[in-house]
Ligand binder design. Structure first.
Ligand code: BG6
Length: 475
């Protein structure tokens, strides 16, 4: 019993939510730099409002974020002090290829990540690197319309080839597209898509999905060719749907809703579009243009493991009279009357994590990796400046218990667990700093003001103990 001694405990961040330095080191602009604070953010993320340059009327939190660009050495030291075995981070594509389509990569960007990986190696922390955590070079959006265009595949391939080659021996675990299913719910955020009036939106989205799936298979292929030691995973915004009632219609609807997300992993892990997807495309008049060899490519280069984020389960019903929705989540869901919510209305369901692990393991029979989980909460320093974040500890404790049960009692194969925002960072959906997930507090507010000084919260010491005991001591 107990978790495997090599279990990869750690934490996760993403470049655009932590690095800042948006114009340093020859970096180019990304879609994720252009997500403003405020109400309009949601419409920009959805591709409904086109914002391909900064508008002086808005504040853009990714520009500076928590300035990890200049603090990474000390931040990694703190991760090491917590005992991290792994650190999940992402490479910003535009640090390596500022416009996305240059002939030669930007050495300054390559060096920046190399230094991070070397620092991680120094502390025996295994990097887990996301190739695209929502970011797309703005120039490629302007030139090609982003992932709606097949040209993106070759450009992404080139980027992957470059980083796999350069970081051979330094990085072994890779993820292709963060929350690949996000493209359906927030298409500009997930894939740089902006819609024109004449667009058949579903057609554009699923064509872009196909391009990302091909790009992901190619990335897997190249990663294995460059170094057979490389392990590549896909990444899903996870959490299953519950039927709101036991009416058969609600159950059938829950299956249908889950398939919207499983479609991606079915292709990435099993190597083919499932029949239900092909039927859906037919029914909804979606015609995916493929090139010769695409289907073979998908078949031959499936992922080595499946990673996912888990914050909550979801609920669905066909009954129109049930109208109460959860607040503020990109994945709109009917409110579950049996669950409590975070301050942002995200419902808290540790058992749902155990269920999600079981459903996915049954379906794919591949190793799983929880690469995001955590509680976004407002932290209020006490009179001595300390943060006693028992609410966060409690949330994490319940979720760790749940995944341990999945491993120890159900036999699920789980490689590791990286909590989201191990150091406070900018919220993806809200752009706020006040939605904090970290073990490490960062002095920075919603307007970007503050010293960006780091300090340890109570959860820092708690997680240190959890890791030290390999998940046995959760008190
Ligand atoms: C996931 C993303 O959707 O959830 C992260 O991969 C994001 O980038 C996280 O930050 C939590 O969402 P939010 O909106 O609370 O930051």
């Amino acid at each position: 019993m107990g978790l495997n001694p090599n279990f990869l405990w750690g934490g996760a961040t993403a470049a655009n939510q932590s690095e800042g330095g948006y114009n340093l080191g020859n970096r180019g602009l990304s879609n994720v730099d252009l997500l403003p604070m405020g109400k309009i953010r949601e419409e920009v993320m959805a591709g409904k409002v086109k914002m391909l340059d900064f508008d002086p009327n808005y504040y853009y939190p990714a520009k500076q974020a928590i300035d990890m660009y200049q603090h990474y050495l000390d931040d990694i030291k703190l991760f090491a002090e917590m005992g991290f075995k792994t650190y999940r981070m992402s490479i910003s594509w535009t640090r390596i290829f500022p416009n996305g389509d240059e002939e030669t990569p930007n050495e300054e960007g390559l060096k920046f990540y190399e230094n991070i990986f070397l620092q991680l190696r120094k502390y025996n922390i295994e990097p887990l690197v996301t190739l695209a955590h929502f970011d797309v070079p703005v120039e490629l959006i302007k030139k090609y319309g982003s992932w709606r265009n097949r040209k993106m595949v070759a450009l992404f391939e080139n980027y992957c080839q470059t980083v796999f080659t350069r970081y051979k021996g330094l990085v072994k675990y890779w993820l292709t597209f963060n929350e690949i299913n996000m493209i359906l719910h927030a298409p500009f955020l997930g894939a740089g898509l902006v819609f024109e009036d004449e667009d058949h939106e579903q057609q554009v989205k699923y064509q872009a999905v196909h391009h990302q799936l091909i790009a992901s298979a190619l990335a897997t292929k190249i990663a294995h060719e460059v170094d057979p030691e490389n392990k590549v995973g896909c990444m899903l915004a996870g959490g299953n749907y519950y039927p709101y009632s036991c009416r058969p219609e609600d159950y059938a609807k829950a299956i249908e809703k889950d398939r919207e997300s499983f479609l991606f992993i079915d292709v990435q892990a099993r190597g083919a579009y499932p029949n239900y997807a092909l039927k859906k495309f037919q029914r909804e008049n979606i015609h995916i243009i493929m090139e010769r060899g695409d289907l073979e490519l998908l078949k031959s280069h499936t992922v080595d493991f499946i990673s996912f984020s888990y914050y909550s389960s979801r609920v669905v019903t066909t009954d129109d009279s049930v109208t109460h929705e959860t607040a503020g989540n990109i994945f709109k869901s009917v409110k579950n009357p049996y669950l409590k919510s975070s301050e942002w209305g995200w419902q808290i369901d540790p058992l749902g994590l155990r269920s999600a692990l079981n459903v996915m393991y049954d379906r794919y029979q591949k190793p799983l990796f929880i690469v995001e989980n955590g509680l976004g909460a407002i932290d209020r320093p006490d009179e001595n400046g300390n943060i006693e974040d028992d609410y966060r500890i409690d949330y994490l404790r319940q979720h760790i218990k749940a995944f341990k049960a999945a491993v120890e009692e159900d036999g699920v194969e789980l490689m590791g667990y990286t909590t989201w925002g191990c150091i406070d960072l900018v919220s993806a959906t809200k752009g706020e700093m006040s939605k904090r997930y970290g073990f490490i507090y960062v002095d920075c507010d919603n307007e970007g003001k503050g010293t960006r000084k780091r300090s340890k919260k109570k959860s820092f010491y708690w997680y240190q103990k959890v890791i030290q005991s390999n998940g046995e001591d959760l008190d």
